[in-house]
Design a protein around this ligand. Sequence first.
Ligand SMILES: Cc1ncc(COP(=O)(O)O)c(C=O)c1O
Length: 384
Amino acid sequence: MGIAGTTTGHRGDDLVAMHVPFVDLKRQAEGLRADFDAAFHSVVERAAYTMGPELAQFEEAFAHFCGCDHAIGVSSGTDAVKLALLAAGVQPGDDVIVPANTFIATAEAVSHIGATPVFVDCLEGTGLMDPAAIGPAVTPRTTAVVPVHLYGQPVDMDALAEVASRHGLAIVEDACQAHGATYKGRPAGSLGITAAFSFYPGKNLGALGDGGAVTTNDPAAAETVRLYRNHGQEDKHTHRVIGYCDRLHNLQAALLLVKLPHLTDWNAARRLAATDYDSALAGRHGVTVTEQRDNVEAVYHLYVVMVDDRDGVRQRLGEWGVESGIHYPLPLHIQPAYESLGYSLGDFPAAERRAERILSLPMFPEITEVQRAYVVAALEQALT
Ligand SMILES: Cc1ncc(COP(=O)(O)O)c(C=O)c1O
């Protein structure tokens, strides 16, 4: 079976149908297998499972990668957002501004500490939080704002910092999709008082299970995160606060130490793939690529386009063997979990319009030129 009119380099040939996965974690692991095995054996040999030397080593290396003084390894990205909020001073009863267009974990973390998420709309072209929407959403209880560097593209931090400072809000970055992205040359994770990263397996830097980190340049905030992630424990039998069991496993830290040195190259490969997609899709009728802001270097955790009849296009892509995703089909203000907040359809038009049209195409560092060409050909076919 072939897609009519597409070529494999021999003009006129049909492209042979192939399977293009959305991400390919097996392929990445293949090349790292020996190093993973060595890391695993070293940890097991010493039975160093929690708070071990690999954790400290990874924290130092990741802090350096993010241009921060501190990185604290935690159990997931969701817990990283929670602890980053706590360390920024957010308390039960506070309001915290979060985008309606993000993964639900951003808002869940706010709810987990007894604060209330207050949603704001996004910019339609990028899907990123609209800084102009923040001011009108501020209440007397608002203490923080969480910019989410969605798909790996940093939010307009200067505009956000201006409104945050006007209203006295702490900035807590959700950098769970943005390991290595930069804003005006400054790394994501170093742009607020605290920041959260996820090491969920499919992330740009993924563990072999769940994991996360909080980064900060504020020593007091770092201390707060260290305290809360480990049962509020000050020393062996003294618990200063009621904390959590939110540690990053030492084994995961050892495996992340294997992967971290590759992250810059992997991000460069993602950028190359995105540039390739961009130029293949630019100006194509029926496809809108995600706008890229000036002064940022995105790391393309996801490559998202907008199309009409998204569900139909997605199904036809699937029939051609191309996996795709939707990030995210239901904005947070209309999620059943947040029904009690009283939002309704129509409140955030840009997020709602995007949700109907967005489609995430295969994106991972190892994606080949042939795979990308096939995705583009299949998309063109699916649009007709
Ligand atoms: C924007 C965003 N925030 C938070 C999270 C939560 O991370 P985790 O799945 O590691 O808890 C994710 C990851 O899925 C995410 O994409």
